[in-house]
Design a protein around this ligand. Structure first.
Ligand SMILES: Cc1cc2nc3c(=O)[nH]c(=O)nc-3n(C[C@H](O)[C@H](O)[C@H](O)COP(=O)(O)OP(=O)(O)OC[C@H]3O[C@@H](n4cnc5c(N)ncnc54)[C@H](O)[C@@H]3O)c2cc1C
Length: 379
């Protein structure tokens, strides 16, 4: 099918086509088995890396794809429409490269960025703790300054790609209060770093989410990103970009649910006609389509502001709020369109609905997005 999207360049159009080809060939045939068996799709991220799809919004000179954010997000949306767990992991990898790209020294960038952006290594973002999620400034994991670096002790929670990722953006306490948090880039094989068993989640079964435990782990000075105490600023700056990734994932999920619902409604008959021809159901589908289109418009608007160098934090929160609420509603309505069949695992809409729920929670719950938006309004 021709690419029916507004894209800034022919190169971007080719990229979307490439993404569809890779997603249809590599992701679509195996997604159901892995999601049901809760197994990690070995090799999938290497394939995406080889296709150049892992670090699209980063500069080419460092191994990235050099694409505008609006293009990267539409690629992410295409991946999410086939496999949300993989799209989330791609988004988190991109998020995890942001601190080094935006706050690292040139020496640090030269050393680590090419392998991170080239897809040779996968990254994770480790801000949350068991007792500090929304209130990230309350985190307790401690990094104590010692000769040549820091000794880290404490627990982190909910790490997407935990135990599998090669490097971890660790946010740990080096002082008091919200200005007492620092950011570190920690390799997986650091002595004293271990991971919990994967959480038993409602969805996103194929990519593990784990805790991490630091037991007097040594992290050298050269692995601190930014200044001591700058950690929370770095974390929030990365989240502005990451929230747009989650908005795009949510739209991909919602689009997939809408497509499945329309296809089903064109086949299924009741009371002597196709169910799509019953106005009550046709209008439900129309509302779903309107929700998908308007959600996409909000993330594209925020991305274009980002690409133009304008402030976009408020817009990113609006996009995350609108897109993920839309995804929850559209996927729930898709189950309704399929009736009893929608409630079974024989049809993907059941999975889409479970997966949509997490988009309203991670990278800042939608209550926290409202907090960000209202603080901007309050000036
Ligand atoms: C599958 C999964 C993957 C994740 N991946 C990552 C990851 O890779 N890296 C990472 O660092 N974290 C990750 N997280 C953690 C996620 O970001 C947190 O779960 C989220 O930020 C919420 O924190 P919490 O769970 O501690 O909830 P809490 O902060 O305890 O919130 C509980 C409820 O209170 C509400 N609430 C809290 N404060 C306020 C307020 N001020 N006003 C109104 N309501 C409020 C919340 O909205 C929520 O409804 C992941 C979580 C999951 C489930």
């Amino acid at each position: 099918m021709a690419v029916d999207r507004l894209l800034p360049t022919d190169e971007a159009r080719d990229l979307i086509q490439l993404t569809r080809d890779v997603a249809d060939k590599v992701l679509a045939p195996i997604v159901d088995d892995h999601e049901k068996a809760e197994t990690y799709p070995e090799g999938v991220f290497a394939t995406l890396g080889e296709a150049g799809l892992l670090s699209l919004p980063y500069p080419e000179e460092w191994g990235g794809g050099g694409q505008p954010y609006e293009v990267y997000l539409q690629v992410l949306e295409e991946i999410a429409a086939r496999w949300a767990a993989v799209a989330v992991a791609v988004s988190v990898h991109s998020l995890s490269c942001h601190p080094l790209m935006a706050f690292g020294t040139e020496e640090q960038q030269r050393r680590w960025l090419p392998e991170m952006l080239g897809g040779a290594t996968i990254g994770a973002y480790s801000l949350s703790e068991p007792q500090a999620g929304s209130d990230a400034g309350a985190l307790a994991c401690k990094a104590t300054a010692v000769d040549g670096g820091y000794r880290v002790s404490g627990s982190k929670a909910w790490i997407t790609h935990g135990g599998i990722a090669d490097f971890y953006n660790l946010f740990a306490r080096t002082g008091e209060g919200s200005k007492g948090i620092s950011c570190f880039l920690v390799p997986r094989d650091t002595a004293g770093l271990s991971f919990g068993k994967p959480e038993e989640k409602m969805g996103l079964h194929a990519v593990p989410t784990t805790s991490a435990h630091y037991d007097d782990a040594f992290v050298p000075d050269e692995r601190r990103i930014g200044a001591e105490g700058q950690g929370l600023q770095i974390a929030f700056s990365a989240l502005d970009s990451g929230r747009l990734g989650i908005a795009a994932v949510a739209v991909g999920l919602a689009q997939a649910a809408l497509d499945a619902a329309v296809a089903y409604a064109q086949e299924r008959t009741a009371f002597g006609r196709k169910i799509i021809d019953h106005q009550g159901l046709g209008f439900l589908l129309a509302d779903m389509a309107a929700a998908v289109d308007s959600a996409r418009a909000t993330y594209l608007d925020a991305a274009r502001r980002r690409d133009a160098g304008l402030p976009y934090s408020r817009n990113a929160s609006v996009a995350k709020l609108v897109a993920t609420d839309a995804a929850m509603k559209v996927t729930t309505d898709a189950v309704q369109v399929l009736g009893g069949y929608g409630y079974t695992r024989d049809f993907r809409v059941e999975r889409y609905m479970r997966e949509a729920k997490i988009t309203q929670i991670f990278e800042g719950t939608n209550q926290i997005q409202r907090l960000v938006i209202s603080r901007h309004l309050a000036g």
